[in-house]
Write a protein that binds this ligand. Sequence first.
Ligand code: NAP
Length: 286
Amino acid sequence: MQIIDGKLTSLAIRGELRKETDDFRATYGFAPGLAVIIVGEDPASQVYVRNKARACEEVGFYSEVHRLPENTKQDELLSLIDRLNADEKIHGILVQLPLPKQLDETELLLRIHPNKDVDAFHPYNVGKLTIGNPTFLPCTPAGIMELLRRYGIDPDGKRCVVVGRSNIVGKPMALLLMAANGTVTVCHRHTANTEALTHEADILVSAVGRAHFLTADMVKEGAVVIDVGMNRDENGKLCGDVDFDTVAPKCSYITPVPGGVGPMTITMLLQNTLKSAKLKAQNQKN
Ligand code: NAP
């Protein structure tokens, strides 16, 4: 059994991104720029946003964080997005989720220009991914594909099972595995006999959000297990969906939590922002 180390992999990619960013700045005279919008005081979101800003700094990006009060109105947020859409320094815009209840998330995400949609949540980018012609890849599933690639795990011809069908993780994960020639099954709350399906998987991705969801009896000997979950266990400790101690001995490869999928997500956000800046530079040249 080998642990897939997302922290180390992520560090390596950020080193590569730092170099690419230096070369980019030397060639085009500007740095890739990311704007993050956060509304309210959700403690987990505050941590994510701080980590994103720090990651930008590490690789030499320009970044700005817009912190807005809990009672911000939809119109104020829409005009901020409009301003950032028009801002030459900004190549990526993201709105940290979840948002306070009074705000219409769909309308806000639609307002971000698809060329600056580095989270790849805009229906335009979702559509491009679906037809196999993506510009930006959604960060968490893209991070998983990168981990598989760097550990020499090829989904081609493999039975892949994804548990979870959210727009952020499960659905795009299934699309990326399918694009890589995997044979993909997606399970959700209405799936009959999920255990039998997960047990057939060569590559098993759990994106459920429940501690100890995936137990050893649900996993085939030699499977690759990817744990997307970020949960708290009975003692308040961060854990994934996978019952790691019992599942790990059955696996060929497994991602831990923390230190697996998590660190890759922000790294892929940086990769998308650099790509957006490169596309902009290319367009200016033509
Ligand atoms: P979500 O929107 O709540 O989706 C959870 C999915 O799991 C749903 O599709 C749900 O099915 C399915 N599910 C729930 N219970 C199930 C069961 N007993 N059997 C089969 N399927 C079941 O969550 P999400 O945003 O995709 O996130 C999932 C987890 O990943 C969370 O722990 C989240 O914190 C974590 N996450 C981590 C990262 C990272 O960077 N590491 C990024 C994003 C999310 P239905 O559709 O039928 O309800």
